[in-house]
Write a protein that binds this ligand. Structure first.
Ligand code: IVH
Length: 715
C-alpha cells in the first residue's frame, strides 16, 4: 500500500492547503472587509479545488469551501432544542429609562456603578451556531427561545460563517461552543438582490431583515447560497472546555479570534452617561451605515456580575435595548398628484396628512409609477403606513385596508401631461409613462433646476423660483440659453436688483469653467451621477469623444454598467441633445478636460501597483496609501518592472533612480492628487451628488451600481 499512499498524500496536502487559503480569502473578504486576492486568483484556486475534489470524491469534506454552494433541497426543517434559552431583550426608549435600568442592575449586583458595553442592535435574524471540537455541527433559528429550526444546511452557505475554527497554539478548542449572532444583509446587497429578483419576475423583499429571514428559511440551500448573507456575532450561548471569557468584550475578542465578525464598534463605558452618549451617536449614524440597526444593546460587561443580576421571565436584567424611534407611521393620503420629471416622466406623488416620523415632518411620499400605485392599491383617502429611511423620499409601505370607509377613490394616471396637456406615452415593458412633448415647460424647469444644482454646474443664487420664471417668460428654451441671457432685462425683473443680477451674471460666467464630470452630471443623462460622470470623463475626456463612443466602449469603462452605458449612448444619439451641447460649447462652456497625467484617470489606478517615496506635503503617507487602495491600486514597497509608476515626493532617493533605470514613470505629488481626485487639489467631499440625483431620482428605475466587485460577493 506504500505506493498508493505516496500518490494520495500530496493530493491530500494540496487539498488542505487550497481549503486553508480559500477560507482565509473568504475571511479577508467577508469578515475583515479587506480583500486579499483578486477575483481571478480566487476563482483559479476554487477551480483547482473543484477539480481535485472531482478526481478524489472520497476526500471531499463537509467543511470544504466548495460545499458552500448548498446541498439538495429539504422537505422541512427539523427542530433543535436550545440547551441555553435564547432570550429576548427588554427595551428602553429614552435616557431616563436607560438610567433606571442601569440603577436596577447595579442594585441587584450590589455595586455602586457598573461598567457597560454597547453595541448596535442588528436588524436581522438571530441564529445559534454549535461547534463540536472546532467543527461547525449545526445551526438554528431562535424559534420560541427553547426550540429553534434546524437551518444547518443553509448556514453552511454563508461565507462569513467559519466551518472550521482555527486551533490556536497552546489553546485547546472548546469541546462544544455555541455562538450567537444575527444574520443580515447589507443595504447595498439587499437593493441588488431585489433588483435581481424583480428582473427575474419575482416579488421583491420588503426590507433587508425580511430578505435575510426569507433566505435563511429557504428549503433549498442552493438558493440561500446565492443570497449575500453575512453574520455579526454578539455572544456565546455556552462553552464547554477552553477558557471561558470573564467579560463581554473578552467574549467578542475570543469570537474574533475564531474567525467570526463580532458586532461592530462595541465599546465599553464606565458610566451610564457615556453609554447614553453612545446611543445618541449610533442613532445619528444609523442612516449612514450599510446595515440596518434598530437600536443599541447595552450590556453589563462583567460576566460574573451578569450572573448575579440574572433574568426575569425571558429577558436578562443585565442587558437592555435602546430602541430608536420608529421610522414608520400611519397617516392619511389627502391627494395624489402627478409631477413631470426632467426626462418627461410622470411621477405620481401622494400628499399626506403631515406626520412626524423619527423627528422629521413628512407630508409627501413618492409613488414611483402607476403600476406601483395599482400594486399597492393606494387610493385617495386611504390610511397608509409611511416609511422614511435616511435622505430617501418617504414611501408608502402599505395600505391599512381595514381602515377603509368605502369612500376612497382609486387613482388613474392622466392621459395628458398635467403640465402641458400633450399626450403621454408608455412603452411596453417600461414602468414609467412619459410626456411626449420635448418642449414641455415642466420638463425644462426640472432640467434647468438640475443643471444649475450643486453637484452640477453649481450656479449660486439661481434658485428654482428664478429658473421657473425664466421658463415662464420664455427667456430660456434649453439649458444653454442660460449663457445667452439678457442681464439688463433680468435686472428689471421684479425683486431682482442690479447688484444681484450682476452677481448672478458672474456666477453663470464662472460656471463655464466647471470640469467635465460636472457638465456630464448637469446634462441630466439618465443614471449618470457624480461617480459615473467622473469615470466617463476620465476615460473619454470630452463630450465629443463620448458622443463618438460605441455603446460597448462605454460599457467597458470601470464602474459603468450596461444600463448606464446604453443610456449615455442613447443620449448622444438624440439630435436635440447634441444641439444643446454645441450651443454650450459655442457659449464658451468647457466640454473637455485636459487629460490627467499619462492619460490615466483615478480609476485607471485600479489594479495598478504604485510605489511611494519621499516626503509628501499635502497628504500623510498613510492617507496616500489609503486613498490609493480605495482607488483599487496596490501600494508596493519596492520598484520592479511591474510597478505602474512611482510617486516621488521631496527628497526622493534611490527608488527614483531605480525607477528611471527600469523606465518606470515617475509622478510628482500633484499628479497623484490629480489622479486620485480628478481636479487638482479638490478633495472628495462627503454628501456629493448621488447617482441619478435631482428631481428625477424618485422616478428613475433602480440605480445601477458600478461594476467591479459587486455587493453580492463571489459567484
Ligand atoms: S444580545 C441576552 N446583542 O435582538 C441577550 N442581541 O431583542 C441576548 N440582536 O433576539 C441578545 N443585535 O437576535 C444582542 N448586539 C446584539 C444584538 C442582538 C441584534 C437581536 C437578537 C435578539 C434580539 C433581542
Amino acid at each position: 500500500m506504500a505506493v498508493a499512499r505516496e500518490t494520495v498524500a500530496p493530493v491530500h496536502l494540496r487539498l488542505e492547503e487550497l481549503r486553508r487559503t480559500i477560507d482565509r480569502m473568504n475571511h479577508d473578504y467577508y469578515v475583515r472587509d479587506r480583500p486579499s486576492a483578486t477575483d481571478a486568483e480566487y476563482d483559479a484556486l476554487m477551480r483547482e479545488l473543484r477539480k481535485l475534489e472531482a478526481d478524489h470524491p472520497e476526500l471531499v469534506t463537509l467543511e470544504s469551501p466548495t460545499q458552500r454552494v448548498g446541498s439538495a433541497p429539504q422537505a422541512g426543517f427539523g427542530e433543535v432544542p436550545h440547551p441555553v434559552q435564547m432570550l429576548s431583550l427588554g427595551n428602553v426608549y429614552d435616557e431616563a429609562e436607560l438610567r433606571a435600568w442601569a440603577l436596577r442592575a447595579a442594585t441587584r449586583a450590589d455595586v455602586a456603578s457598573l461598567a457597560l458595553v454597547s453595541e448596535p442592535k442588528i436588524d436581522g435574524l438571530a441564529v445559534a451556531l454549535t461547534y463540536v471540537n472546532g467543527r461547525f455541527d449545526h445551526g438554528a433559528t431562535r424559534g420560541d427561545g427553547s426550540i429553534g429550526e434546524d437551518i444547518t444546511a443553509n448556514l453552511r452557505t454563508v461565507r462569513s460563517i467559519p466551518l472550521l475554527l482555527p486551533a490556536r497554539s497552546g489553546e485547546p478548542l472548546p469541546r462544544r461552543l455555541e455562538v450567537r449572532g444575527e444574520v443580515y444583509l447589507r443595504k447595498g446587497a439587499f437593493a441588488a438582490l431585489n433588483e435581481r429578483i424583480e428582473r427575474d419576475g419575482g416579488r421583491p423583499f420588503m426590507n433587508p431583515r425580511n430578505a435575510a429571514a426569507g433566505s435563511l428559511r429557504q428549503l433549498d440551500p442552493r438558493i440561500t447560497a446565492t443570497r449575500p448573507l453575512r453574520l455579526f456575532v454578539y455572544g456565546i450561548g455556552y462553552m464547554d472546555g477552553g477558557d471561558p471569557p470573564t467579560s463581554h468584550l473578552q467574549a467578542l475578542d475570543l469570537l474574533r479570534g475564531f474567525g467570526f465578525e463580532p458586532s461592530p464598534e462595541a465599546s465599553r463605558h464606565p458610566t451610564v452617561d457615556e453609554a447614553w452618549a453612545r446611543c445618541v451617536w449610533w442613532q445619528a449614524r444609523r442612516d449612514a451605515l450599510d446595515f440596518e440597526i434598530d437600536g443599541v444593546v447595552i450590556k453589563v460587561d462583567d460576566v460574573r456580575l451578569q450572573q448575579e443580576i440574572g433574568f426575569v421571565a425571558r429577558e436578562p436584567r443585565w442587558a437592555t435595548a435602546y430602541k430608536f424611534p420608529a421610522l414608520q407611521q400611519t397617516t392619511r393620503v389627502r391627494d395624489i398628484v402627478v409631477n413631470v420629471g426632467r426626462t418627461g416622466t410622470l411621477n405620481p406623488l401622494a400628499l399626506l396628512e403631515p406626520v412626524n416620523i423619527g423627528g422629521v415632518m413628512v407630508s409627501r411620499a413618492t409613488l414611483h409609477n402607476e403600476d406601483e400605485v395599482a400594486r399597492k392599491d393606494i387610493r385617495v383617502g386611504d390610511t397608509v403606513v409611511v416609511q422614511r429611511a435616511g435622505d430617501v423620499i418617504p414611501q408608502i409601505v402599505q395600505v391599512i385596508v381595514e381602515r377603509r370607509a368605502g369612500v376612497e377613490s382609486p387613482f388613474r394616471m392622466p392621459e395628458a401631461c398635467p403640465a402641458c396637456g400633450a399626450p403621454t406615452h408608455r412603452e411596453p415593458g417600461v414602468a414609467m409613462r412619459y410626456c411626449t412633448n420635448a418642449a414641455c415647460p415642466a420638463q425644462l424647469k426640472q432640467r434647468l433646476h438640475h443643471f444649475v444644482g450643486r453637484g452640477a454646474m453649481d450656479i449660486a443664487g439661481l434658485g428654482e423660483k428664478l429658473t421657473d420664471r425664466f421658463v415662464d417668460l420664455e427667456l430660456v428654451r434649453d439649458v444653454a440659453d442660460l449663457y445667452a441671457l439678457d442681464w439688463e432685462r433680468i435686472a428689471q425683473l421684479e425683486r431682482l436688483g442690479e447688484k444681484s443680477s450682476e452677481n448672478l451674471r458672474l456666477a453663470v460666467e464662472r460656471s463655464k469653467e466647471r470640469p467635465l464630470p460636472r457638465l456630464l452630471v448637469a446634462l441630466g443623462i439618465r443614471h449618470v451621477g457624480d461617480r459615473s460622470a467622473r469615470f466617463l470623463a476620465e476615460r473619454f475626456g470630452s463630450t465629443d469623444a463620448l458622443a463618438a463612443a460605441e455603446c460597448d466602449e462605454i460599457a467597458a469603462v470601470f464602474g459603468i454598467g450596461p444600463i448606464l452605458a446604453q443610456s449615455v449612448f442613447d443620449f448622444f444619439r438624440e439630435p436635440r441633445n447634441l444641439a444643446v451641447i454645441d450651443k454650450l460649447k459655442a457659449a464658451g462652456v468647457r466640454t473637455a478636460d485636459e487629460p490627467t497625467a499619462g492619460g490615466a484617470g483615478g480609476t485607471a489606478l485600479a489594479g495598478k501597483t504604485v510605489v511611494l517615496t519621499g516626503r509628501l506635503s499635502s497628504l500623510t503617507r498613510p492617507q496616500a496609501e489609503e486613498a490609493l487602495r480605495r482607488a483599487g491600486a496596490t501600494v508596493g514597497s519596492s520598484i520592479s518592472k511591474k510597478t505602474a509608476f512611482l510617486v516621488a515626493g521631496e527628497d526622493a532617493g534611490s527608488k527614483a533612480e531605480r525607477a528611471q533605470a527600469l523606465q518606470v514613470p515617475i509622478l510628482a505629488e500633484e499628479d497623484l492628487i490629480a489622479l486620485l481626485y480628478g481636479e487638482r487639489g479638490t478633495m472628495p467631499v462627503d454628501g456629493a451628488v448621488n447617482e441619478d440625483s435631482g428631481t428625477d431620482a424618485m422616478a428613475a428605475p433602480p440605480v445601477e451600481t458600478g461594476s467591479g466587485r459587486d455587493e453580492e460577493g463571489r459567484p
